[in-house]
Ligand binder design. Structure first.
Ligand code: 26W
Length: 818
């Protein structure tokens, strides 16, 4: 079936028609929101036509289907992205122009669904885009959080969190499917009974919560293929509990309803840190159970109850351990509802599930207290116990007598259910998200498992969709690339490599430079409107944008700015020819992470000092961009000259922001960590700036007494900035404000030693690397050459490449023929 693209006239007629029918108005008297609605509906019609055309094909062709389970899907705004995917941008642009409308203003009307914290959620969104673009049948499964990640304001230098009520005016892109509602059961007790002489188990006296799906269509680029992102919303079974209502307990009845629906109320704002909250476990099981029940139901519809072929037709992927309860849930369904034996169910489950790990931070590895699991999910707990019993018995054969090792590997141990152990033991594949990350998994985090099953462990380096992060976010650069090498790269990411030869073309370099400058102006306009901050667009833009975490070391950046400030103050004349730079930060801190919030305050205080200084401000400016999120990133990243990737080596699993900056022509300044290592491999040492301790050095130094005080004693510049943290240089009204940071760097506290992320150790090398970078920037020709090489070689980090690898190594899906 061929679906035609709309012509300019058809687009105009559709927009006008929607306004007339929905709002009884014309363009001239429509509000911005109404115009957004009319355009979004026009685009949605086109998306849904393609959905209709591709729907059913997967079933007809008996294609295997992937369910990508993720507690977070940070998809970003949909309207512009869908316009790009329809490959009809030109017609839309002309139509809107002729109607006197500015598309970028219309896009701003769309609330951004903030259904994720950071890298893990954004990766899931890039994957779904690539799956649709490559015509691989998949469904993303997540939770329809009523409140996404908080919105951030900076007030007096502090982070203030505001609720993100993104559904307030409804969403244009979701389709509710009440017909596919699933029931998820909590609490109760397990009853043992016999059926035809077979022992069986069932849950009694449980509480039911309904999982209602809302599907968001994800159109592939020029593929006419639509995969759904299924967002489960929690709903009470009965609107009101009538008996208690009749007894006059009106408020209790309402309370019960609220208690059920609170499950999909809010996204937990913690990144790389767990707090074992009962509600979070409920969310995880809710997502897992609803998704697996649906996957089984859908399988039965096509293949009947021939479960032998289940793993050939269904792939379940758990994005980190958060949806890991899907594993015992599939066991439960296969045994309790479908009557399969344990052995059969275990075999099917193992062949169906694969797991990706996204972090080695100990405080992010999920462990649930046994008593909480047994109370909330009694039947699941029984199954986990049996998995654990069998696992330990098997390990005993492998590691006889090594109780401690077996304890570390056990699914249940020391009073906790260990989710990572569950996913590694019960999945058929475990993958790390970069080479170095996978090596660390093999060498330390999962070393014991690696000994028993080495072939399970694979490395697939992360990627990003070049559709959103280049074509959509950087229209100017994309058209420039088209002019140079044609537009085949848009579909075929490897072709981006052809851009490299244009580094020697002076006219191209000039245009490339002008694009960067125009993007800086776009960013400046945005920040002027949103936070009254204009930027100097002739400055070098040096950007660090990511979640705030000590291991990501925004502190390194902040302290080095302070060092530079001191140098300028000490010797203003020497600065005369210095390239002025603007240091841009974007970062949200988890609301309960005290030190991270203090670091935000510190950045803002350093900004106040620098920006108000008559001399220093000529050469440097510090800007904190509020509310870093997908749409802010889309404006920020294309404007960057320098990409700051400063994590302590061994801590950042991959990073994906680094790839987005590279693809938009920023030069990386980073440590040998995560995907930075592979960026270095791709561009060569002359096109990147690497500094700092290696992961091995970090490992070794962690075993030694801290060098923090020795550095303080011997390095006067460092001693000075540390002292400035507490002597009133910063925030004279509250001189003690940053004592906690000072203390953590020099003394540490509790179980953590001084400067545990090696900020002080890496600071001198970092400051030097920054000097080199600025020197490099002065030679514009050579700088732009390097930037072009970065763009050209970023094709390796396209998520299409990643999905192809996942598919070859893990999922084995067939392309749907359309
Ligand atoms: C349970 C609390 C919690 C919440 C989120 C623990 C862990 C997480 C995520 C795994 C954190 C995360 O987003 N990790 C990032 O995943 C990206 C995609 O693979 C990587 O690029 C980043 O390096 C990694 O920090």
């Amino acid at each position: 079936m061929i679906v035609k693209r709309l012509t300019v006239d058809e687009i105009k007629a559709s927009i006008k028609g929607k306004l007339e029918r929905n709002y009884g108005c014309e363009i001239s008297d429509a509000t911005k929101a109404q115009i957004y609605d009319a355009l979004a509906q026009t685009v949605r019609d086109e998306v849904m036509k393609r959905r209709t055309a591709s729907r059913g094909e997967r079933k007809k062709q008996h294609c295997k289907k992937l369910y990508y389970l993720s507690a977070e899907f940070l998809v970003g705004r949909a309207l512009h992205n869908n316009m790009v995917a329809l490959v009809n941008e030109e017609a839309y642009a002309v139509a809107l122009h002729e109607l006197g409308l500015d598309p970028s203003k219309i896009f701003e009307e769309e609330p951004e669904p903030g259904l994720g914290n950071g890298g893990l959620g954004r990766l899931a969104a890039c994957f779904l885009d690539s799956l649709s673009s490559l015509r691989l049948p998949a469904m993303g499964c997540t939770i329809r959080y009523e409140y996404g990640l908080f919105r951030q304001k900076i007030v007096d230098g502090y982070q203030v969190e505001l609720p993100d009520n993104w559904l307030e005016n409804g969403s244009m892109w979701e389709v509710c499917r009440p017909d596919q509602t699933q029931e998820v059961r909590f609490g109760g007790y397990v009853e043992r009974y016999e059926q035809n002489g077979v022992v069986k188990y069932r849950l009694k006296d449980y509480t039911t919560v309904q999982a209602v799906p809302y599907d968001v269509p994800t159109l592939g680029y020029d593929s006419n293929m639509v995969n759904m992102l299924r967002c489960w919303s929690a709903k009470a079974t009965k609107t009101l509990d009538m008996p208690s209502f009749n007894r006059g307990e009106y408020t209790r009845a309402i309370e019960e309803k609220e208690l059920a629906e609170v499950i999909s109320k809010v996204l937990y704002p913690d990144d790389n840190h767990i707090e074992g909250k009962e509600l979070r476990l409920k969310q995880q099981y809710f997502l897992s159970s609803a998704s697996v029940q649906y996957a089984v139901e859908d399988f039965i519809k096509v293949y009947g109850r021939n479960f032998d072929i289940f793993p050939d037709k269904v792939a379940l992927h758990v994005n980190d351990t958060h949806p890991g309860m899907a594993i015992p849930e599939l066991m439960r369904i296969l045994m309790d509802e479908e009557g399969l034996s344990w052995e059969k169910a275990e075999d099917i489950t193992r062949r169906t599930f694969a797991y990706t790990n996204h972090t080695v931070m100990a405080e992010a590895l999920e462990k649930w207290p046994e008593d909480m699991v047994s109370r909330l999910l009694p039947r699941i707990y029984m199954i986990l116990q049996e998995i654990n019993r069998r696992e330990c018995a098997a390990l005993w054969e492998y590691f006889p007598g090594q109780w401690e090792r077996i304890g570390r590997m056990a699914v249940i141990g020391y009073g906790y259910v260990n989710m990572a152990n569950l996913c590694v033991y019960m999945g058929h594949s475990v993958n790390g998200v970069s080479k170095i990350h996978t090596d660390i998994l093999k060498k330390s985090v999962f070393h014991d498992f690696y000994l028993t099953e080495p072939s399970k462990f694979i490395a697939i380096t992360n990627g990003i969709t070049h559709r959103r992060w280049l074509m959509m976010a950087n229209y100017r650069l994309s058209t420039l690339i088209d002019e140079a090498i044609g537009d085949a790269w848009r579909k075929d990411y490897e072709k981006l490599a052809e851009l490299e030869r244009f580094k020697d073309d002076a006219a191209f370099r000039q245009k490339f430079f002008e694009v960067k400058k125009a993007n800086k102006e776009r960013l400046s306009k945005r920040l002027t409107a949103s936070q009254n901050t204009a930027l100097r667009t002739d400055d070098m833009f040096d950007v660090q944008a990511k979640r705030l975490h000590e291991y990501k070391r925004q502190l390194l950046n902040a302290l080095s700015i302070l060092i530079l400030y001191n140098r300028i103050k000490d010797n203003p004349d020497a600065s005369a020819n210095v390239q002025p730079r603007t240091y841009v930060f974007g970062a949200k801190a988890a609301p309960g992470y005290y030190r991270a919030k203090l670091i935000i305050r510190l950045i803002n205080e350093i900004g106040r000092l620098v920006n108000n200084d008559p001399v220093a401000s000529r050469y440097m400016k510090v800007v904190f961009v509020e509310n870093y999120c997908v749409s802010v990133a889309e404006d920020l990243i294309p404007a960057a000259d320098v990409s700051e990737q400063l994590s302590t080596a061994g801590k950042e699993a991959s990073g994906t922001g680094n790839m987005k900056f590279m693809m938009n022509g920023a030069i990386t300044l980073g440590t040998l960590d995560g995907a930075n290592v592979e960026i270095l491999d791709a561009v060569g040492s002359e096109n990147i700036h690497i500094f700092g301790m290696t992961a091995e050095q970090v490992e070794a130094a962690s075993m030694q007494p801290s060098r923090a005080s020795a550095i303080f004693e011997t390095n006067p510049e460092i001693r000075r900035v540390l002292t400035q943290l507490i002597d009133g240089t910063l925030c004279p009204e509250q001189p003690g404000l940053f004592r906690d940071i000072y203390h953590s760097l020099l003394f540490g506290e509790g179980s953590s030693f001084a400067d545990q992320y090696f900020v002080l150790s890496d600071l001198p090398g970092y400051v030097r690397a920054r000097e080199n970078l600025v020197r490099d920037y002065a030679d514009r020709d050579s700088w732009v050459r390097k930037a072009i090489v970065n763009v050209a070689r970023s094709w390796i980090f396209a998520s299409d490449r990643v999905i192809k690898e996942y598919n070859e190594k893990i999922w084995h899906l067939d392309e749907v023929r359309l």
